[in-house]
Design a protein around this ligand. Structure first.
Ligand SMILES: [Zn+2]
Ligand SMILES: [Zn+2]
Length: 422
């Protein structure tokens, strides 16, 4: 056994330098995860024929090898367990994905989970749901402009861009309590989701016709959709029956608004205010006040004093946002590639959207408690773009995502932000 040498460790040099002191050797022989060395070594008398070094060399090393053997066995056993578990999981996945009974089992479980999602139909306060964070420059997973505001039992939606009704569906949010869509203006990215919003809320059990409110001109929008959807209304009733889908709840109803208080119901007050989205006129933003809590949705606009006043001391401001550095980079890229049409579009749009870099100062000067950006131009789809959007923004500002929820409980100053579920 004297021929055994300690395993080379970083303390080997230390041992050589210190003449192989017991403490040093103990340290050198002890490996991470090893059992403690045999403590007999500490009881060997100085005048014993076996020197302390010999003692350690015999008993200590023997114990060390036993410990190493034990550790290796443990490692092998762990690896075998992991391999067996991986094989079991792989076999389970294969069975579920490639056999009819496995597929049916998973379908059944998924369907039960889907309908087990309890739709939130009431909240004591204001509950804001981001149903669309994109602009005409769309991106996967981002519907066009849409903000849902639930006040008590009533749901209002500010704008209904393409895909926005689907955001409610994907999140398991019921559209049954939808009472009205409030349009900020009539750009296509704010209205093309109206038919799906109407159909889905009808199917979910909306108890009254869906009202579409907006600036003058909203009658034409509503008349147009009703004309386009007349066949669809009839098909749905014929197929599912008038009891499930009462035909009188199918047609949209228009309500023209002017600036000022546009709705007072129970504890809720909705106020429309003018914004600057020239040449689009008129264009509105909306403020919701409910039991001491407040939310302002800007619609599409540049920063204006009127908006600053409307957002005064609001709990939450959701604001249209364009990133000038990104749009300018896109413009330069399009120009260099000879894509004159795209370059012209990029050159035009900064003049009628608020620039993200301006919004921190706006929120601060208005006394807004929480700033959130939406209607992104363009949608920041990756880390780099999000970092560019965040330039000059206060760190607490939020880049809204589809499915994100802001809760403002009544009788409280709390602002709870929930990330969208995956
Ligand atoms: Zn827009
Ligand atoms: Zn617009």
């Amino acid at each position: 056994m004297n021929g055994h040498r300690p395993r080379k460790t970083t303390t080997g040099t230390c041992c050589a330098a210190r003449g192989s002191s017991p403490r040093c050797l103990r340290s050198a022989l002890r490996l991470p995860g090893d059992l403690p060395l045999n403590t007999k070594e500490a009881t060997v008398p100085r005048n014993s024929r076996r020197t302390r070094e010999q003692s350690i060399g015999y008993d200590g090393l023997h114990a060390t090898h036993r410990a190493e053997g034990f550790s290796l066995r443990r490692i092998k056993a762990s690896l075998a367990f992991v391999a067996a578990l991986a094989a079991l999981l792989a076999a389970g996945f294969w069975l579920v994905a490639h056999t009819r009974s496995g597929q049916d089992w998973l379908l059944s479980r998924t369907a039960q989970t889907l309908f087990a999602n309890t739709p939130i139909v009431s909240f004591d306060g204001l509950r804001v749901f981001v149903c669309g964070s994109a602009s005409p420059l769309v991106a996967p997973g981002h519907a066009q402009a849409c903000i849902g505001v639930l006040a008590g039992d009533d749901l209002y939606v500010v704008d209904a861009g393409m895909g926005s009704a689907g955001t409610f569906q994907f999140a398991g949010e019921s559209l049954a309590p939808l009472r009205a869509i409030l349009l900020t203006h009539f750009h296509s990215d704010h209205i093309t989701g109206i038919p799906d919003m109407n159909l889905n809320s009808w199917v979910f059990g909306r108890p009254q016709p869906l009202v579409v409110m907006g600036p003058v001109g909203v009658e034409r929008i509503v008349d147009g959709f009703n004309a386009v959807l007349a066949f669809d209304y009839g098909y749905r009733v014929a197929h599912h029956g008038a009891e499930l889908l009462p035909p009188e709840l199918a047609p949209l109803q228009a309500e023209t608004l002017v600036v000022g208080v546009v709705l007072e119901r129970d504890d809720l007050t909705i106020t429309a205010f003018s914004v600057d989205h020239s040449p689009v006129q008129p264009a509105f933003g909306y403020r919701f006040d409910y039991r001491g809590r407040s939310v302002v949705v800007s619609g599409d606009t540049v920063v204006t004093d009127g908006l600053r006043g409307a957002a005064r001391n609001a709990d939450l401001l959701l604001h249209d946002a364009l990133s000038l550095p990104i749009v300018q980079a896109l413009q330069a890229g399009a120009t260099n590639a000879g894509r004159a049409r795209q370059a012209k579009i990029m050159a035009d749009i900064p003049s009628y959207h608020a620039h993200a870099a301006q919004l921190g100062a706006l929120a601060e000067s208005a006394g807004v408690r929480q700033l959130a950006l939406y209607h992104f131009v363009p949608v920041p789809r990756n880390y780099l773009l999000r970092q560019v959007f965040r330039r000059d923004l206060p760190s607490e500002a939020v880049l809204a995502l589809d499915g994100m929820v802001f809760e403002l409980p009544a009788g409280s100053a709390a602002i709870r932000i929930h990330e969208p579920s995956a």
